[in-house]
Design a protein around this ligand. Structure first.
Ligand code: GDP
Ligand code: MG
Length: 452
């Protein structure tokens, strides 16, 4: 899988690794090689160009951590961008039960095989009771194939050999599955050699009738950019929720995997890596990026250095909180650390019991506003908020584009926080701070993400 790309990336990055200084010219040189590697992997040219632009911008703008070399930092940046390209955090998957999945795609892409593989995977790891419904009624052999596979993976099976009314079959299949207490119902549909109106119409009628939670496109990675075009068409027509990329075992280039998310906006959720039912897995962007770069040691080294910085900062603030001399400067630093972890909505989604809570733009906006208000204060004001009289408050409101009432509200909230700090025991506080720091240990709950 991706052997060619891994080789070429390795060559491109070898020189980068030991680099003691990043300059406009040497990063451009290294990135030209990265770009060639991507293009020869059949990555869409626009994707390759944007990738290199983003990496360059970050490399030049990045303040390098003391304990790693600039070259190592650059490799970490490339790794993270690669992960983003492959679809970082894209393994969000509906976790309702019963879960209804519809597999669509071209002829021979691997739909029927993937239906069985998916049933097996979710049965083993998610404790689902799967049922497979044969909706490819045009070839009797297709029904037989699914029946045999159902037996292999231990799934219930439903078909109607004398009917061609696909939506009606699907509906009765759904009834059959629920009566048999199945909580994972997979509809295996018919493909075509090419996308045509009839196929799309049939999929739409089927979708209307069974209301699937996910519509997954099964795409053959060997088709490279063509697979991406197919995905784009399907997505425009029926709104896909994800992609199963098959036959990665025979794909030395990786162009489809790398361009898919960027071009279509649809994440790859699963991958097929062989003909056997166990040759299948959740698609993990981070593991894939790691595999392509093959520089796990450098990546974890930089991560460690970054963590240490965050950890040190969290500890420093915890110490100040303990003494209750936490000031607005520290508050700002906290906000900025939280921001580094990504949109607050994503963080909330990871917390058990919080996934249902909507943290939307309003809260994000509020955080940005708070940041702006504190940034409009002088150092002295941040350290001693009690000196903030009416005219100072008016100046801050003006400077941060907010109202005096917003400034007042923030100061009130801050003073309550301080009050609380005085009351709380230091031990408790420290644990809390660690939670708010660089990481959120213990908060990585399932909530819609794969538990594996
Ligand atoms: P469908 O027409 O979309 O239902 O495709 P099938 O499920 O019948 O698969 C077509 C062929 O591709 C079969 O010979 C499968 O064994 C093969 N196939 C499917 N997925 C993979 C995969 O991930 N790797 C490999 N090597 N072969 C696969
Ligand atoms: Mg089939």
């Amino acid at each position: 899988m991706f052997e060619n790309l891994t080789d070429r990336m390795g060559q491109a990055l070898r020189n980068l690794r030991g680099l003691g200084k990043i300059s406009e010219s040497n990063i451009a040189e290294a990135l030209a090689e990265v770009r060639t590697a991507l293009l020869s992997a059949d990555v869409h040219f626009r994707v390759a160009r944007e990738f290199c632009d983003r990496v360059k911008e970050q490399c030049l703008g990045q303040s390098v951590l003391a304990s790693v070399s600039p070259g190592q930092m650059a490799i970490k940046i490339i790794h993270d961008e690669l992960e983003r390209l492959l679809g970082e955090n894209s393994t969000q998957f509906s976790n309702v039960r019963p879960l209804k999945l519809m597999l669509v795609g071209l002829h021979g892409s691997g739909k029927t095989t993937s239906a069985a593989k998916l049933a097996r995977l979710l049965k083993n790891r998610g404790n689902y009771k799967p049922a497979l419904i044969a909706c490819d009624v045009y070839r009797p052999a297709a029904i037989d194939q699914l029946e045999v596979l159902s037996g292999t993976v231990g799934a219930k099976f439903y078909c109607e050999r004398d009917s061609k009314d696909v939506p009606a079959i699907a509906e009765r299949g759904l009834k059959f599955a629920t009566e048999n207490f199945s909580d994972l119902i997979i509809f295996d549909t018919a493909g075509r050699l090419q996308i045509d109106e009839n196929l799309i119409e049939e999929i739409k009628r089927l979708r209307e009738r069974v209301q699937p939670d996910e519509i997954l496109l099964v795409a053959d990675s060997a088709l490279g950019q063509e697979a991406v075009n197919v995905a784009k068409h399907f997505h425009d027509a029926v709104n896909l929720t994800g992609i199963i990329l098959t036959k990665l075992d025979g794909d030395a280039r990786g162009g489809a995997a790398l361009s898919m998310k960027a071009i279509t906006g649809v994440p790859i959720k699963f991958m097929g890596t062989g003909e056997k039912v166990e040759d299948f897995d959740v698609f993990h962007a981070d593991r894939m990026a790691q595999r392509i770069l093959g520089m796990g040691d450098v990546v974890s080294l930089v991560e460690k250095a970054q963590e240490t910085i965050d950890q040190k900062e969290a500890e420093r603030i915890a110490e100040k909180m303990k003494k209750a001399d936490f000031d607005l400067e520290d508050f700002l630093s906290q906000l900025q650390q939280m921001k580094k972890m990504g949109p607050i909505g994503n963080i909330m989604k990871m917390m058990p019991g919080m996934s249902g809570i909507q943290v939307g733009e309003k809260e994000e906006k509020k955080m940005r506003q708070t940041e702006a208000i504190i940034q409009s204060m002088t150092k002295q004001e941040r350290a001693r908020p009690e000196i903030l009289n009416g005219s100072r408050r008016a100046r801050i409101a003006k400077g941060s584009g907010t109202k005096v009432s917003d400034v007042n509200a923030l100061l009130k909230q801050f003073s309550q926080m301080r009050q609380m700090m005085k009351m709380l025991k230091s031990g408790k506080m420290k644990a809390l701070m660690r939670g708010l720091g660089g990481k959120l240990p213990g908060l990585g709950g399932f909530g819609g993400k794969f538990p594996f």
